[in-house]
Design a protein around this ligand. Structure first.
Ligand SMILES: Cc1ncc(C[n+]2csc(CCOP(=O)(O)OP(=O)(O)O)c2C)c(N)n1
Ligand SMILES: [Mg+2]
Length: 311
């Protein structure tokens, strides 16, 4: 394979992300930011519950494990212009675990990609919103995912495209840990290391569970750090529900587009934020109605409580 030319300009910290600069820990500006992001994570969980009821079923637990990550990405990290979804210099975001789209659509609406009233028709005949996202229909979606295993390859292609086009955008990809059983993920991982795509940022939602059981029983993925390091990635590991840790991690990412691709392993809890769902495979897909619906909404409103999941 021919080596793509490497002319992508480095990003500078002054590049326009969603926030100009990360306020230091323990400052009031930082506390305000974290509170705002926690509110957005609540929005993601609440809307997931509401839209699931419209559809008659929804992916709760794998969306909840990623709620803080998605909130931090869209309200503090990615650069984009909702008025111009195809802006060529936008950061790309590939939701490789496409079944979490139910939590992403409300964010795209909230930041202004489309009218949030459209969500009331979620999955109904004629709606642009399917259970999995369609890049041809939904403004702000960069890839039609849902069939697991493809996203990292696409995000890598987008990172290589930035290099060829001389653009400074980053390419982010959110993967599930069960998804890592797909061989194509490892082809992409190997190629990304080989091509030194430093502008590629993969985030693994390490919630320990696939659809019907623990990853380590179905297809063990550990030691995850060592595997990606062997493929020449720079690897970080954080608590994926700790907004301060996520923000610090984002601020530490390298800006060299020709350096090692960068992986964030985010240790999370599947179903986090709703105790009955935590680490319970029965809530991968479900449908909350009646009093259960109201109870769960109240629980979400109360914010994250100590996890019963033991981690
Ligand atoms: C290629 C493919 N195989 C199977 C599925 C069915 N499926 C949907 S979600 C899921 C579980 C994936 O587990 P993980 O990646 O860990 O997702 P999370 O725990 O974050 O929900 C599976 C197997 C799919 N969407 N695509
Ligand atoms: Mg998982």
């Amino acid at each position: 394979m021919a080596e793509p030319k490497s002319s992508a300009p480095p990003r500078s910290s002054s590049d326009q992300r969603n926030i100009a600069a990360l306020p230091p820990r323990n400052s009031s500006a930082r506390a305000e930011l974290v509170e705002r992001l926690a509110d957005k994570a609540k929005l993601i969980r609440r809307e997931t519950v509401r839209l699931s009821r419209i559809a008659g079923a929804g992916h709760y637990s794998g969306t909840f494990s990623a709620a803080e990550l998605i909130a931090a990405l869209y309200y503090a990290q990615l650069r984009y212009q909702p008025s111009d979804p195809g802006w060529p210099d936008r950061d790309r975001f590939v939701l490789s675990k496409g079944h979490a789209a139910i939590g992403l659509y409300p964010v795209l609406a909230d930041v202004g990609f489309f009218d949030s009233a459209l969500l009331d028709q979620y999955t109904r005949l004629g709606s642009i919103f399917g259970d999995h996202p369609d890049m041809r229909k939904v403004p702000g979606i960069d890839f039609s995912s849902g069939s697991l295993g493809h996203g990292l390859s696409v995000a890598l292609g987008l990172a290589l495209a930035a290099r060829v086009q001389g653009r400074s955008y980053r390419s982010y990809c959110l993967l599930g840990d069960g998804e890592l059983a797909e061989g194509q993920v490892w082809q992409a991982a190997m190629a990304a290391g080989h091509f030194k795509t430093g502008s590629l940022i993969a985030i693994i939602d390490r919630n320990q569970l696939s659809i019907d059981g623990p990853t380590e029983t179905i297809m063990g993925v550990e030691p995850l750090d060592a595997k990606f390091e062997a493929f020449r990635w720079k690897v970080h590991r954080i608590d994926g529900h700790d907004l301060d840790a996520i923000l610090d991690m984002f601020a530490q990412l390298d800006d060299d587009p020709n350096g090692a691709p960068q992986l964030i392993i985010a240790d999370t809890i599947k179903g986090r934020g709703v105790q009955r769902m935590e680490l319970d495979t029965d809530w991968h897909v479900g449908n909350l109605v009646g009093a259960d619906y109201d109870d769960v909404m109240n629980e979400i409103d109360a914010g994250l409580q100590p996890s019963i999941g033991g981690r």
